[in-house]
Design a protein around this ligand. Structure first.
Ligand code: EPZ
Length: 418
């Protein structure tokens, strides 16, 4: 398995371009199942998770072609399988995003239950309850969701927990349902809004995406469309923390500042200079950060996908901070590894008390999940000495050539293969 070797202490300086958003690309690719015409998606990041969903769609019969670097054409004219096997779903729970489109267009689906992952059990009950309310028959057979529906019917659905892919799955299902669907307490993430924009280009009638109430009026069919995936706000936030933690000066190009406002606000509170500039955001820091308390929330709150990264910054802050993870049950897997690098963090329930230390110390550490691995890279960039991050296949799921981008900013980081 590959690993990353990092020698810390060098300020990151320069400019870096953000890739397309993983969490926008995945639902956009699943949307190809809603039409027999080609979807042409631009700015698709080259990531493990994107390759996984492409393989999954191919297994069902979706044809894909590389139209240009970062641009793929997908066509589901010849779909002949309506199922997603366990060995694909277990590597990426976002595979569940094909459920709504398969039911809406083909009236049947057999998708493995995703099972839990490192950050929590991550059930899909809200996806299934919503589809049932729209008229689908859902059975659980040998670890698979077996679903069928002659034609889904529009209805009013109230999510009792805000779910991003739950909102996306049901929004896609509703585009071809009979009648109107209203999603209440829907997720407001930019990726949900981006998916709605794609679906509207395909002919879907959607109002309110990006707010907590989304109304979808079903249509008979959808056409193909060209679409450019939005930039990755979590990658942008990760580079913002990298600039702050190394006391550097980095221009993060091609990002949408409004997509990570909460992160920028916390970085300013910690003493970083954060300014919108030259089509991106410039982050500078010249001293140790001030301690800042943070609680993760659904968008527009502080993103749970940025919790591990901001914790590393607080680990070297001048004082104590409390970081609370309100979205997932077990998203503190990075803490034991940070403790091995000299951090001082104590967990009580869903909160971590972080006592800042002047610097971290390099050590061999192990990645456990996607964003935890990003936080270990950030820790290595700040630490004195050498850090080796093992199991970086987690990182490759969600960051496109991270070490090359960091090296271009002056980071001393390289990959050891095998
Ligand atoms: C999406 O996951 C993202 N993944 C996650 O990013 C992100 O952390 C998460 O949203 C929260 O922002 C993609 O978009 C592909 P949820 P998702 O459904 O949709 C509970 C990354 O790092 N819940 O919003 O799976 C769930 O257990 C990944 O890129 C139910 O109880 O998350 C969690 O506690 C990690 N029942 C909470 O809701 C359900 O049916 C939020 O989960 C669905 C969710």
């Amino acid at each position: 398995m590959d690993r990353l070797v990092i020698r810390g202490g060098k300020p990151l300086v320069g400019s870096v371009k953000v890739s397309g958003a993983k969490n926008a690309a995945l639902p956009a690719m699943a949307a190809v199942l809603l039409t027999s015409e080609e979807l042409t998606l631009e700015n698709v990041p080259s990531l493990q998770d994107v390759a996984t969903i492409e393989r999954l769609l191919g297994f069902m019969g979706v044809e894909s072609r590389v139209a240009a670097p970062g641009t793929i054409g997908l066509t589901s004219r010849a779909v002949r399988r309506f199922e997603v096997p366990y060995d694909l779903v277990r590597t990426m729970r976002a595979s569940v995003l094909v459920l709504g489109p398969l039911l809406a267009r083909f009236g049947k689906a057999r998708v493995s239950l995703p099972g839990g992952c490192a950050i929590g059990p991550r059930p899909i009950n809200l996806h299934l309850v919503g589809l049932q309310a729209m008229g689908a028959e859902i059975d659980l057979v040998e670890g698979y969701v077996v679903a069928k529906a002659s034609r889904l019917s529009g209805t009013r659905l109230l999510f009792d927990t805000i779910t991003v892919t739950g909102t996306e799955n049901l929004m896609m299902a509703a585009t071809l349902a009979k009648g109107t669907t209203v999603l209440e307490n829907a997720a407001c993430e930019p990726e949900v809004e981006d998916l709605a924009r794609l679906l509207q280009k395909m002919g879907a009638r959607i109002e309110g995406a990006g707010t907590s109430t989304i109304t979808i009026e079903g249509v008979e069919d959808l056409t193909g469309a060209p679409h450019r995936i939005i930039p990755d706000r979590i990658e942008a936030g990760t580079f913002a923390v990298a600039a702050a933690i190394t006391q550097g000066d980095v221009l993060i190009q091609g990002c949408v500042p409004q997509h990570f406002d909460a992160v920028m606000t916390k970085l300013r509170d910690a003493g970083a200079g954060v300014a919108e500039e030259a089509g991106g955001v410039r982050v500078r820091m010249a001293a140790r950060p001030r301690p800042v308390d943070i609680a993760t929330e659904p968008f527009p709150g502080f993103a749970t996908d940025m919790q591990a990264q901001i914790m590393v910054l607080m680990a070297i802050a001048e004082g104590k901070s409390v970081i609370t993870e309100t979205v997932f049950e077990n998203r503190f897997m990075h803490i034991p590894e940070l403790l091995r690098m000299g951090a001082d963090i104590a967990v009580t329930g869903r909160s971590a008390l972080v006592r800042g230390v002047p610097f971290l110390r390099g050590a061999p550490v192990m990645a456990t999940d996607l964003r935890a691995s990003a936080s270990l890279v950030l820790a290595g960039l700040q630490a004195r000495g050498e850090t080796v991050v093992h199991r970086i296949y987690h990182l490759d799921r969600g960051y496109e050539t991270l070490e090359a981008k960091l090296r271009s900013l002056g980071g001393d980081i390289y990959r050891v293969e095998g």
